[in-house]
Design a binder for this molecule. Structure first.
Ligand SMILES: [Zn+2]
Ligand SMILES: [Zn+2]
Length: 277
């Protein structure tokens, strides 16, 4: 199996190590290809997102590093693009015309009942306070709006794969511990995966929280559904420091194998191909 990761963050957004440190670690661990994916610019002030004024600099630095490490490792210039409704998403002309190798489509911000967007991807304690303060304590509204936004984003297209497809489940479970066992949640997520399969979208299996909280996104209990629906997967660590770039990979690939998956997707010479494991 070729070792790959296409989801990592550097100081262009909220990551903590520079790009070359990630590449050095990827080389040390024998990765075949490696992708960097800053949080995209958004039309609001956000400490987690990259500034639009720095996008050219990012692309130039990646071009320089691709040349420097040519023949040693394939390096890919990605971006994790926020969905903020019909105007701001991976499919819009700004993101489509950027010279990126691949695009991740993710939801981190959702509108409240008044249409005001807030970041629901922070710590569990921040999330609980946020739901009470800005979403009238209506956790069901938050979860339903998250998946509604995911569906609208996937419907628009313009991306290579979907980032952390049910990430809200972790914070929502901190607010309401049995929420993912409720019938409405189970029905909603089944419909969601069926829609993804119908659209032919590639899903990420995000291992970022696995070492701390044993959460994978999508949650392990959905792996069987993903297999039944034949949804192609990319396993990524969403690392913000190089030491975590393959965190949870061994366990995740073992779980996927148990369910019957035999390959994930990887970039090879700029094209997505199957990577058997
Ligand atoms: Zn993300
Ligand atoms: Zn990320």
């Amino acid at each position: 199996m070729n070792l790959t990761n296409y989801h990592s963050h550097t100081p262009y957004c909220d990551g903590r190590s520079n790009i070359e440190e990630f590449i050095a670690t990827a080389l040390f661990w024998g990765f075949s290809s490696y992708g960097v994916s800053p949080h995209s610019p958004i039309p609001y002030t956000s400490s987690c997102n990259m500034l639009r004024e720095r996008v050219d600099e990012y692309i130039l630095e990646m071009d320089m590093l691709k040349k420097k490490y040519e023949g040693e490792i394939e390096i890919y210039t990605g971006m994790e693009i926020d969905y903020l409704g019909k105007e701001w998403n991976a499919a819009n002309s700004y993101f489509q015309t950027l010279p990126l190798d691949y695009r991740i489509a993710s939801v981190h911000f959702i509108p409240n009942q008044e249409g005001e967007y807030h970041d629901i991807d922070g710590s569990a304690s921040k999330f609980v306070a946020l739901v009470d303060k800005h979403y009238k304590g209506d956790i069901k509204y938050v979860v339903e709006t998250y998946f509604e936004n995911m569906i609208n984003m996937i419907d628009l297209g313009g991306f290579d794969f979907v980032g952390h497809p049910d990430k809200v489940s972790m914070n929502a479970s901190a607010y309401s511990p049995t929420i993912t066992e409720s019938k409405w949640y189970k029905d909603l997520i089944q419909d969601y995966f069926r829609f993804i399969a119908h659209k032919g979208a590639v899903l990420e299996v995000n291992t970022k929280a696995y070492s701390k909280s044993s959460f994978l996104f999508p949650n392990v209990q959905h792996f069987k559904t993903l297999k039944e629906l034949n949804i192609p997967l990319v396993v990524n660590s969403d690392a913000h420091v190089p030491s975590l770039m393959k965190s949870g990979f061994k366990e995740t690939y073992a779980l996927l194998k148990e369910i019957g998956f035999r390959s994930t997707m990887q970039l090879y010479k700029g094209k997505w191909i199957e990577n058997p494991f």
